[in-house]
Design a protein around this ligand. Structure first.
Ligand code: MN
Length: 297
């Protein structure tokens, strides 16, 4: 696949999370999902200190997995399962919400003043598992595949013969790729939707320039081609995500991934009324986050 591959380059929308500026590339009107990936936020890079940090108090999730990946800095994850896990670059925090979980994320107290830079993505859970109990995994032993002029860390799924130990409820993949100057040809998975998030200097994905924070979505199209060429004028970094097209119609509102408005209204009522029964308690001193209910409720 080079030029001629159907590629759409999406711009991030700036948003604010826990006092920190993020660039959101999914979901968008032009594109809701890539496989089961339904949410992609780039956090930073930004300097911490002088009151700047990422402190997100307890908040609920249902029906999704959160995938947290850092490039620089440290974050503390706490959740209603009792987890207290510091995450560092090259490690994966994977939280499965199922029927309901709550968590907090903070840089204060764990990160020295310095740069925080990372990504948080959500994977929609299929109906087969979305009502299951919540769970949490931390992985710091992920495999790295060496290419000519690139190194790929397999965060989730299988890629170029390497496999991540992380839980998967659907058929999907996430890989961080460090690029040296030059061209690299990466294998694509037949039948998957794929996307490349640029996390460094501009790169050329299948003939399309992709700048820092942009997401290049690659439709299966002629999947017989089976590979993707990325050209990097200088060393850079990207994240490749992909997955089989998600065949359920997802409804997202705030931190909930559901199928119907009634499910969201019920989850939000459970959270707003204190939340403990369904969403548990998070061991943190941060204040819990409440928002008004959905506009249709
Ligand atoms: Mn969250």
């Amino acid at each position: 696949m080079t030029t001629g591959t159907p590629v759409t380059v999406l711009e991030p929308r700036l948003a604010e999370v826990g006092g920190f500026e993020v660039g959101r590339v999914l979901p968008q009107r032009a594109r809701r999902m890539v496989g089961p990936w339904c949410f992609v936020d780039r956090m930073g890079p930004a300097h911490l200190g002088h009151g700047a940090g990422l402190d997100v108090g307890p908040h609920p999730h249902i029906g999704l997995q959160t995938v947290t990946w850092l490039i620089e800095g440290r974050l503390l994850h706490t959740d209603s399962l009792g987890t207290e896990q510091v995450i560092e670059p090259g490690q994966l925090n994977l939280m499965t919400a199922g029927r309901g979980v709550s968590h907090a994320e903070q840089s204060s107290g764990v990160a020295d003043p310095g740069v925080l830079y990372g990504v948080q993505l959500w994977v929609a859970q299929p109906s087969l598992t979305r009502w299951d109990e919540p769970a949490f995994e931390h992985h710091d032993d992920l495999e790295v595949v060496e290419f000519d002029r690139a190194r790929a860390t397999v965060i989730i799924g299988t890629f170029a013969g390497a496999a991540s130990p992380a839980r998967r409820d659907t058929d999907h993949v996430a890989v961080e790729i460090e690029l040296d100057t030059g061209l690299v040809e990466l294998p694509l998975i037949d039948g998957f939707e794929h996307a490349v998030l640029c996390l460094g200097e501009p790169v050329v994905v299948a003939g399309h320039i992709v700048e820092h924070g942009q997401l290049a979505v690659i439709d299966p199209g002629d999947s017989a081609a089976g590979s993707l060429v990325i050209e990097s004028p200088v060393s850079s970094r990207v994240m490749l995500i992909g997955g089989a097209p998600f065949d359920e119609a997802v409804l997202m509102w705030w931190n909930y991934v559901a199928r119907t408005r009634a499910e969201i209204v019920e989850a939000h009522r459970d959270w707003s009324s204190g939340g403990e029964q369904r969403f548990g308690m998070v061991p943190t001193s941060l204040e819990r986050i409440d928002v008004p209910g959905p506009p249709w409720a």
